[in-house]
Design a protein. Sequence first.
Length: 326
Amino acid sequence: MKTPVRVTVTGAAGQISYALLFRIASGAMLGNDQPVILQLLEITPALDALKGVAMELDDCAFPLLQEIVCTDDAEVAFKDSDYALLVGARPRGPGMERKDLLEANAAIFSAQGKAMDKTASRDIKVLVVGNPANTNSLIAQRNAPSLDPRNFTAMTRLDHNRSLTQLAQKTGSSSDKVTQMTIWGNHSATQYPDLHNTLVDGKNAMELIEQNWYAEEFIPTVQQRGAAIIKARGLSSAASAANAAIDHMRTWAMGTPEGDWTSMGVYSDGSYGIQEGLIYSFPVTCTDGDWAIVQGLEINDFSREKMTATETELAEERDAVAHLLP
Ligand code: NDP
């Protein structure tokens, strides 16, 4: 039996976590032979609800689940943590401006960054799901100066997975036949799902679809999918978000298949001319628990314009919280 790893989940009594924790405990994220200790963080008023979730986890008798820690203290939640899924975030309230939302979350994610800096494993892998995910990830990273900035990521895997299925359905294929999908930029309506390098059963996607469908239907459908689900279901897309979080962490830990890549919001090193230091979604390959940005893809004018628009939005978000960044 392997040594157990510590997995921290914040906002652990929320909707996404309710679809997430049971799958982590079952082995879906890190494998059927990897025992886990769940370290669950909630705000104090949600601790009772969290206790109920922990009772249900107990009642599943998962063989891989070694221990559950429930706490409202970030330093306890991140103690020796190997994997952190930062799901809890402040939702937009009535009359709240975008700047207020950024600031409210900056307070949460700076405190969590500091706690990780102090108590987490030096190799912790951090995924931010709570919105605005890319900027929250940046804030946590900047508040954890003793950790490698490459350990902080943001989730665009749901946008990536949505794109796989939209394209598969359009071309009469299946999602497992679609490779080399890329989401560039921010997890927001400015994200750019790029099909120029994508293959369907080995064939270039752009040769299988009309430019008009790509620009007028595919891109807006992916960008606005979250809102469409809220409209249809009356609730947000919690289960598919949880599934994407599992996929993101599993790929990071276990690697991308040969000849394929995934999309992750990662620390920009200036690749493709994107400002260094932003948490920007790139095409990445993963090997041995590390990620690398796919290099050398051709960027046409259409793509460049969209990549720059989402980069500008991320730079504006960063500048809006600049006074809170160390
Ligand atoms: P959810 O679990 O539904 O969502 C949590 C976060 O994930 C939100 O920021 C949400 O963004 C984001 N998100 C990212 N992708 C998606 C997606 N595809 N669909 C839906 N959401 C997405 O929220 P709940 O309110 O149910 O739960 C949040 C929990 O976090 C609460 O229990 C609260 O107590 C806790 N919390 C904990 C904190 C802490 O640990 N310090 C701090 C703040 C809250 P969006 O808002 O844009 O939908």
